[in-house]
Design a protein around this ligand. Structure first.
Ligand code: 4AD
Length: 433
């Protein structure tokens, strides 16, 4: 039996076809039964009439929503039909294995709260919006890979079981690795840096883990981290490179029907992005009347937390690099600025709607300064011997970044909550399903 994919049907008008898929919706109208059939490639309306014969019609009448079916019918153009402007006039339709339980109708109801939607995420993902977002996410991931491969990057997959921290001890998930202490990685950056001298430009797309106690609309405890590291790149090279990447990935999905459907208002960013130093940002927050969570204005040295950060970039209204953070505010691996040691060559990229989507920096390439910074952060050098060796054996100017894929999708689609951008969200109180 040759099965047609639903996306092929527009070229099959007048032909008898067999398709297989799931019953997305079932509706009785008088003597007719209307089905919306779903497969991996789309949706199509099909109609069963009593004229197909009593035995076949009785089978059609028993079919419930989400039953997996095999159907044969005539493809007929019908401008009124939803989705494809065509309809399948069923000759026969039968369950592939069994009829889906009618309990499905009780699983999620219109008044179900967000926890039910999360508990039933495996069913929610069959819905149009959730599956469209997953497809859009896939397009975006391909956009990033294409960008990297066009520039001769090598994709690698460092281990996510580690014994060193990257982004501070407070968000580490620790566990017993047989007899030893280990963590789930916060970032693969340090491993990427070890590859520069052999592979050159490298990137990875892997989960990172953060034991985030914060319950916000943009924090997950496990997220997909797109990280890249580039030898010979100084800070300016890094900022230009990330600008090109963001614009290319936006452009790669911009004309796709899914983007137009999911966020018709998306604006294509243009070069150059705004660049605002941390020092200037503190001034701007005051000028714009944006206060911190405790109701007071932020002062130099304060962390620019999520609320003010987002309001700031929403006010600026375009992608913005927040640069030159005070030394010590950011992790040990970031390069201390050579002319002004008070600040680091670091940049967060903020997008309107979400705020920070990228953390980036030039890396500290000077062995003495690196060891000094580790001391200041109370990090013992021993477990980092392999990282420190990079500065001993052929140190080079280099830079890199990490981008949170879910935050990026959230920003592109203007999603209320980051959980909509991932398959099975891991949140402070949830690791199921
Ligand atoms: O700014 P972060 O912590 O930077 C690093 O981990 C660097 N070592 C990356 C690098 O340079 N290779 O995280 C980078 C990005 C953030 O900008 C954000 O998009 C995302 O990772 N991110 C999270 N996304 C969802 N939930 C969380 N809890 C996240 N924490 C960070």
């Amino acid at each position: 039996m040759e099965y047609k994919a639903i996306k092929e049907l527009p070229t099959k008008a007048g032909e008898l076809v067999t398709i297989r898929g799931w019953l997305h919706r079932v509706r009785r109208q008088g003597k007719l039964i209307f089905f919306i059939i779903r497969d991996y490639s789309g949706y199509v309306q099909a109609v069963a009439k009593p004229s197909i014969g009593k035995a076949k019609f009785v089978i059609a009448e028993q079919l419930t929503r989400e039953t997996a079916i095999i159907a044969t019918g005539l493809v007929k153009e019908d401008k009124r039909a939803p989705y494809l402007g065509l309809e399948i006039q069923i000759k026969s339709i039968q369950p592939a294995l069994n009829i889906a339980s009618p309990e499905l109708e009780q699983e999620i109801r219109p008044d179900s709260g967000p926890q039910v939607y999360l508990d039933k995420r495996h069913l929610v993902l069959r819905g149009e919006r959730a599956s469209d977002i997953m497809r859009f996410r896939d397009l975006t991931t391909r956009g990033f890979r294409k960008f990297f491969f066009e520039r001769d990057f090598v994709e690698v997959t460092p281990s996510t079981i580690v014994q060193t921290q990257v982004e501070g001890g407070s968000t580490l998930f620790g566990f017993k690795y047989f007899e030893q202490d280990a963590y789930l990685t916060q970032s693969s950056q340090l491993y990427l840096e070890t590859l520069l001298s052999s592979l050159g430009n490298v990137f990875c797309i892997l989960p990172s883990f953060r034991a985030e106690k914060s319950r916000t609309r943009r924090h997950l405890t496990e997220y997909t981290h797109i990280e890249a590291e580039m030898p010979w790149f100084d800070f300016e090279d890094l900022l230009n490179f990330m600008e090109d990447m963001i614009i290319q990935v936006f452009t790669s999905v911009y004309n796709h029907p899914l983007r137009i459907q999911l966020n018709p208002d998306l604006q294509l960013p243009t070069k150059p992005f705004e660049r605002v130093s941390y020092e200037r940002a503190i001034e701007l927050l005051k000028e714009y009347g944006i206060k911190g969570e405790n109701g007071a204005f932020l002062e130099y040295g304060d962390d620019i937390t999520e609320g003010p950060e987002r309001t700031l970039v929403d006010t600026i209204g375009k992608p913005t690099y927040l640069t030159y953070f005070p030394t010590g505010m950011k992790p040990f691996y970031m390069k201390v600025n050579e002319t002004n040691p008070e600040v680091m060559n670091a940049a967060d990229l903020l997008l309107p709607g979400v705020g920070e989507i990228i953390g980036s920096s030039q890396r500290e390439d000077n062995l003495e300064v690196l060891l000094e910074r580790m001391k200041e952060e109370n990090l013992s050098p021993e477990p980092y011997y392999w990282y420190i060796d990079q500065r001993k054996y052929g140190s080079v100017t280099h830079s890199g970044f990490g981008l949170g894929l879910e935050r990026f999708v959230q920003a592109m689609l203007n999603l209320d909550h980051i959980r909509e951008a991932c398959l099975y969200p891991r949140l402070i109180n949830r690791a199921t399903p």
